[in-house]
Design a protein around this ligand. Structure first.
Ligand code: NAP
Length: 329
């Protein structure tokens, strides 16, 4: 056995000589197969900079998570770097322009997580509208004998507004249809093949919406797309659900809108400065908070890991990449 844990003769000599840097705390079901195929340096750039300096010139691949931040400064330490494989569909933390300038391809894991993220969006919508978190706390605090909880907000038949109508947005719309919801959306462009009403802007959509669900990519193109004016248009009976990225909502404006009653409530899986959540939200019954768990089921995380590994293996075996990001196709 060598230090990767695999007998050398079972590994492709080419692949086992290929050195990979993991830049995230990857799950064992990704890390172990990567170690069996490649020589993996696990977060060496953070844990042992001197050792990293010695191996950096040989590193050809990066294994990252959807939350990793990798840019020009790290790329420039690794002149042989050819691929960044992200285990996640969102890759807003990767400087793709800088990668392309250096001939580095970026891959991600679209599709396999649509169901889970859509399920969570629906769960947050139902949870915040029906006060499930607050009701759970009420029962656990022994307060039921004091009387019933305030009446909640009906979801079935309400108006859903999706900001983003891509893979996950469409999966959310399918689920919402089963709740008899009226479905509308905004995106960069209208989708004439879809049976939903299109609005030109988040503000116009919000004005016609009860539940505004945000499911765009993060990054510069969507930064603070949901600002105070969108929240004002949503109004005091409206709810925001964010399963996209924290950067897509102006978080200070959102906190203010919740404090002032400008909107009715929010279900949030993602935040501007994770893992930190504004303390003002901690005590609010009108919000439901989850710690970025959109794709966090065993089934989906395994599928994402398999795809992230398949991209690395395909690249180094000279096969077509299963899922390069759109900019690298
Ligand atoms: P996708 O298929 O690429 O869809 C993205 C949608 O966003 C498209 O409809 C796109 O419009 C729209 N969009 C992009 N920029 C926009 C803008 N400036 N204004 C309005 N709409 C815009 O991506 P996906 O697979 O559905 O994933 C979406 C995002 O979900 C990911 O990038 C990631 O950030 C997030 N996500 C979160 C979790 C979680 O754990 N909470 C898990 C997975 C993914 P067009 O269709 O017109 O191009």
């Amino acid at each position: 056995m060598n230090r990767t844990g695999a007998p050398p003769d079972e590994r492709s000599p080419t692949l086992s000589a290929t050195e990979i840097l993991s830049v995230a705390k990857l799950p064992p079901f990704l890390l172990d197969p990567l170690r069996a195929a490649f020589t993996v340096h696990e977060r060496l750039h953070e844990t042992d900079p001197a050792a990293f300096a010695a191996v950096a010139p040989r590193i050809q691949g990066i294994a990252a998570s959807g939350e990793s931040k990798v840019g020009a400064a790290l790329f420039d330490r690794m002149p042989q770097l050819r691929i960044v494989s992200v285990m996640g569909v969102g890759y807003d933390g990767i400087d793709v322009a800088a990668a392309k300038e250096r001939g580095i391809v970026v891959t991600h894991t679209p599709g396999v997580l649509n169901d889970d993220v859509a399920d969570l969006a629906i769960a947050l919508m139902l949870g915040v509208a029906r006060g499930i978190g607050a009701s759970d706390r009420y029962v656990r605090a022994g307060r039921w004998p004091e009387g019933p909880r305030p009446l909640a907000r009906k979801v079935s038949g309400a108006r859903l507004g999706l900001v983003g109508m891509g893979r996950i947005g469409q999966a959310i719309a399918l689920r919402a249809a089963a709740f008899g919801m009226t479905i509308a959306y905004t995106a960069r462009s209208a989708k004439p093949d879809l049976p939903y009403r299109y609005f030109e802007s988040p503000r116009a959509l919000a004005a016609e919406t009860d539940f505004l669900v945000v499911i765009t990519p993060g990054g510069a193109g969507t930064r603070k797309l949901i600002d105070a004016s969108v929240l004002a248009a949503l109004g005091p009976k409206g709810y925001v659900i964010n399963v996209a990225r924290g950067s897509v909502i102006d978080e200070a404006a959102l906190v203010a809108a919740l404090q002032n009653g400008t909107i009715a409530g929010a279900g949030l899986d993602v935040f501007e400065n994770e893992p930190h959540v504004p303390q003002a939200l901690w005590t609010m019954d009108r919000v439901l908070l989850t710690p970025h768990i959109g794709s966090a089921t065993a089934e989906t995380r395994h599928a994402m890991a398999d795809l992230a590994r398949a991209n690395l293996e395909a690249y180094f075996a000279g096969r077509p990449l299963p899922t390069p990001v759109p900019e690298c196709r």
